[in-house]
Design a protein around this ligand. Structure first.
Ligand code: NBP
Length: 479
């Protein structure tokens, strides 16, 4: 820490784990950073413990924080998402001048970000909703950063954010995502995809364990091996770590001691809710959210187990199972990502964000939870064809899924026959089959809708809307 009177380059208010780590990251990169927290003991603790890491300017009040900054001011808010963010903005805005920038690095809902951006724009202030992924470790050592807001704000902020972001092949995991809530929307979809990815990994583990007859330590070895191929990713890497870990108290595999009730903070649910609004089928994310909900319904699980008896899965290991599951996992993962990218494309069209989907894959390659080799392939796909109808039709992914198809079906059949729930694998396959079908039974759905509600239908052979007089002479009339 220095005592010079030079203005600080940037500020962070909200110094719980995320804010203090982000401030330390900024300081370690040579930025003079002003720091503030509602309860000033946190500010003092940060400077006492980490002041030697860089150039911190502690402030007891927001007035002091604002006064310590160079103009235009850049203030990152890292407080609990929701009402606390609004409270800080309300206190901060009157202290600022037109052209200043307020950056919300918390996990805000993108609709809140759109509302806040519009309100601050009225005051001449830039509001930047920045999705920050990577948890506390990422905040300190290099997160993936997804800033929204104006182009003008990114001109000032970009160099700072790109410096503290994770770097992959010399490329920062940070790009200007798009206007207003675009950054937080993309962060939300990132989290949704993370849900789907984890669910698919969990299903693969369950199959190798219950059908494959392997111990958790043996499944850990399988994941370790998979991590040297196409599935290479942070989540596959840490799956091997968790499965290979022994509980110190009991000597059992830790995974057998952890209660099997998955929790959620809500970003997966938001992703599905928004997908429903946009009409985009994100079945992989939805199944993952519901699988967590199902796991938590302990009373229902107990009652149904009592009524039917617990499903008894007899292990039936065979030599091809491991590789079949690997291929099913890969193909299902391609589907889940394809759906997430579809959702971003739909939101981009809805809100006029002009998202560069390849760039989103680029900034997820490091710092964040879904970082993976696979993302390079997604970036290449969108670089080649920005208007790709679906990731599935890119040459690389088409070949990968086509090659995996037989194994994928074998795995789903085995799981269904054995009674091992694999909602992620099954729904991904159904999505793929749905898109591939020449004719879908949606024609019957339309017929039924017309029968009971006169909702009309379109024909395959000529334009217009039609209704059949079902309760009368059953003649067809043009609607
Ligand atoms: P928390 O979400 O636990 O929030 C604690 C901070 O909010 C403290 O600094 C607290 O001040 C401040 N705060 C609250 Br609560 N109410 C306030 C108010 N009315 N006015 C001013 N300050 C208020 O902190 P965190 O876990 O560090 O997370 C910060 C943000 O980052 C959140 O939005 C969170 O969702 C997000 N996050 C992201 C990731 C990730 O991986 N990207 C991980 C974890 C969190 P006090 O000290 O005075 O109580």
């Amino acid at each position: 820490m220095t005592t010079s009177e030079a203005p600080a380059r940037i500020a962070v208010t909200g110094l719980a784990v995320m804010g203090s780590n982000l401030a330390r990251n900024l300081a370690r990169h040579g930025f003079r950073v002003a720091v503030h927290n509602r309860t000033s003991t946190r500010t003092k603790a940060l400077v006492e413990e980490h002041g030697h890491e860089g150039d911190f300017v502690p402030a007891d009040t927001l007035e002091q924080l604002v006064a310590s900054l160079q103009t235009p001011r850049q203030i990152i808010i890292m407080v609990k998402a929701g009402a606390p963010t609004d409270a800080v903005i309300d206190e901060l805005a009157p202290l600022l001048e037109p052209g200043d920038m307020v950056i919300d690095g918390g996990n805000a809902h993108y609709a809140d970000t759109r509302r806040r951006e519009a309100a601050l724009r009225e005051l001449g202030l830039h509001f930047v909703g920045a999705g920050i992924s990577g948890g506390e470790e990422g905040a300190l050592n290099g997160p993936s950063i997804m800033p929204g807001g104006s182009v003008e704000s990114y001109r000032h902020l970009g160099p700072v954010l790109e410096a503290i972001a994770a770097q992959v092949d010399g490329v920062p995991c940070c790009v200007h995502v798009g206007p207003d809530g675009a950054g937080h929307f993309v962060k939300m979809v990132h989290n949704g995809i993370e849900y789907a990815d984890m669910q698919l990994i969990a299903e693969a583990y369950d199959l190798l364990r219950r059908v494959g007859g392997r111990t958790p330590a043996q499944v850990a070895d399988v994941f370790r091996d998979w991590n040297s191929g196409d599935l290479e990713s942070y989540l596959v890497e840490i799956t091997a770590e968790v499965l290979g870990h022994t509980d110190p108290d009991t000597g059992a595999a830790l995974v057998d001691v952890i209660a099997d009730e998955a929790e959620q903070k809500g970003t997966g649910r938001w992703t599905v809710q928004e997908a429903l609004e946009l009409g985009v089928p994100v079945t992989g994310i939805a199944e993952a959210v519901f699988a967590r909900s199902l796991s938590g319904r302990v009373e229902q699980r107990t009652a149904v187990r009592a009524a039917f008896g617990a499903s008894e899965v007899v292990p039936a290991p065979d030599d091809s199972l491991v590789d079949d599951v690997r291929q099913a996992l890969y193909a299902s993962k391609v589907v889940a990502y394809a759906q997430g990218f579809d959702q971003m494309r739909a939101a981009s069209a809805e809100y006029g964000w002009d998202l560069d989907l390849g760039a989103m894959a680029t900034i997820w390659r490091g710092g964040c939870i879904i970082r993976a080799r696979f993302l390079d392939r997604i970036r290449e796909a969108y670089d080649k064809a920005p208007e790709l109808a679906s990731l599935l039709v890119d040459d690389y992914f088409r070949d990968a899924v086509a090659n995996a198809e037989a194994a994928w079906r074998r795995v789903v059949v085995k799981a269904v026959t054995a009674g091992v729930p694999v909602p992620g694998f099954v729904s991904a396959l159904a999505y793929y089959d749905g898109l591939r079908s020449e004719r879908l039974p949606a024609s019957l759905v339309q017929g039924l809708r017309d029968f009971f509600g006169a909702h009309t239908y379109r024909r395959t052979d000529r334009a217009g809307s039609f209704h059949t007089r079902w309760s009368g002479d059953r003649a067809q009339v043009e609607a």
